[in-house]
Design a protein around this ligand. Structure first.
Ligand code: FHN
Length: 454
């Protein structure tokens, strides 16, 4: 509750904790949800905005098969904002770290001075990709250009990039793309197509530029498209382009970007945040998990603490167990989880993120069979458990292990049951609806029981 800076009476806090537990969230998230209910805004904010949805025909498109199987990816927000890390001229700037230029209305000429300071000598692509692998993440999405306009790749269309504008002079997009290929992880590129606070014709910088004299269409056609062409021709096969915050982009401009991607790399996927309903898969709101099953290909992008770009003073880390439960919850409803890390200006992924990702990876080592390549499970809307399914097996992800060890599921007829992670075979009642196991939860985070039904 500290981040909200209000005192909550003990009784109410306990009820929030209970609500949080039942809804697989934290007390802070629970209060945000309750407040949004109270303010009547919840109904107007669906978890998946149709304009960031899935284009017609994509639901059965086999190009998405690798992504459907992957379920879990690593998001990386990295750029010049990692230098101020939430503090500008001695003052803490509230909000997410990568928005510091906007929140503090830092003039382009001032913010640009960060580039010659950017020298992430600790950056090691093999370490970052190795961490994603260890965490059980199957794809990685890097901010090649975020809203501040700074590019993490060498570009002939601006010198405001890591190769030409910093003492580091290394193309981290190339190093990461090569390393992903080496370690068998799909590489995706985040690219802010609408907001660009550095480009005179980009969206969002109202403190330096006068919107009425901007030429946004020229920015799209003479800058964004040529940069996309670079990203799609210089770094080998690209798994996906993760566009973001469509805002003023028109249907024609979104279509032009889509055509650019498909014409160069037909297999490259495009995230729903391209806008105008044209994405290959839908994108939920940040940190938003739909309340129930969604019949689309969709993804929740999410933070481990409360920021995407690194902030020195954000220590509000979700626990490893909470993150595992969020992954399970999302997968049980048919979605993917894209979980973010925000490396420091030196190029180091913060240790609390490393620890949590390793904890998730250890859980996935035991239980990955119930996550990768599965579909949403046949039983939804249970408090104590989530379900996923594949090939004649239903997986029960049990949050609250029953004290008597008996699990009853009238909707399912099991022929046999086993606990994942080397656990024992469980006995099944003759009608296949009751499974009996140990009285103590076999897995301290979430126990998965595989029911053979086929
Ligand atoms: O404005 C961005 C934000 O900085 C961050 O990149 C997130 C990640 O999903 N997307 C936008 C807000 O939704």
């Amino acid at each position: 509750m500290q981040d909200l800076n209000v005192r909550i009476p003990d009784g109410i806090f306990r009820r929030l904790e209970e609500h949080a537990k039942n809804h697989n969230t934290t007390p802070s998230e629970a209060i945000t949800l309750l407040l949004s209910h109270a303010l009547g805004s919840f109904g107007q904010r669906p978890a998946i905005d149709p304009s960031r949805g899935q284009r017609e025909g994509a639901r059965n498109d086999p190009r998405l098969d690798w992504w459907r199987e992957a379920k879990f990816g690593m998001f990386i927000h990295w750029g010049l904002y990692a230098i101020p890390a939430g503090v500008w001229q001695g003052d803490e700037v509230p909000g997410i770290g990568e928005w510091i230029m906007y929140r503090a209305e830092i003039p382009v000429r001032e913010y640009e001075k960060l580039a010659p300071e950017f020298n992430p000598v600790e950056f090691d692509a093999a370490k970052w990709v190795g961490l994603a692998k260890k965490a059980g993440q199957k794809y990685l999405v890097l901010t090649t250009k975020h809203h501040d306009g700074f590019c993490l790749f060498g570009s002939k269309h601006t010198a405001y990039n890591i190769v030409d504008g910093t003492p580091f002079e290394r193309d981290v997009v190339k190093e990461l793309a090569d390393e992903c290929r080496r370690q068998g992880i799909k590489m995706g590129f985040y690219y802010s197509q609408t907001q660009d606070w550095h480009h005179p014709d980009g969206d969002g910088n109202y403190w330096d530029y006068d919107a009425s004299s901007q030429d946004f269409d020229s920015y799209i056609h003479d800058y964004v498209i040529p940069q996309l062409e670079e990203l799609l021709t210089k770094y080998g096969p690209v798994g996906l382009i993760w566009f973001d915050t469509p805002k003023q982009i028109t249907a024609k401009q979104s279509q032009d970007l889509l055509d650019t991607v498909y014409s160069i790399q037909p297999d490259c996927l495009v995230c729903g945040r391209l806008g105008n309903g044209l994405g290959d898969y839908a994108s939920a709101g940040d940190n938003r998990i739909p309340g129930s099953l969604v019949e689309l290909d969709w993804e929740t992008p999410a933070t481990i603490n409360d920021t995407w770009g690194y902030k020195t003073n954000d220590h509000n880390w979700k626990s490893g167990a909470d993150l595992v439960r969020k992954l399970v919850d999302i997968v049980s409803k048919g979605g993917n989880y894209l979980l973010n890390v925000g490396p420091t200006a030196e190029g180091v992924i913060p240790q609390p993120s490393v620890e949590r990702l390793e904890e998730m990876g250890a859980w996935l080592d035991r239980n990955g069979e119930a996550i990768y390549g599965t579909k949403a499970g046949p039983v939804q809307n249970l408090d104590w458990c989530r379900t996923t399914a594949k090939d004649g097996t239903v997986y029960l992800h049990v949050y609250d292990w029953p004290a008597d060890g008996r699990i009853t599921l009238p909707e399912i007829r099991a022929k046999s049951a086993r606990v994942l992670g080397g656990g024992e075979a469980l006995s099944v009642s003759s009608d296949g609806t009751v499974v009996s196991g140990p009285t103590a939860a076999p897995d301290p985070i979430v126990t998965v029981v595989a029911l053979e039904t086929g």
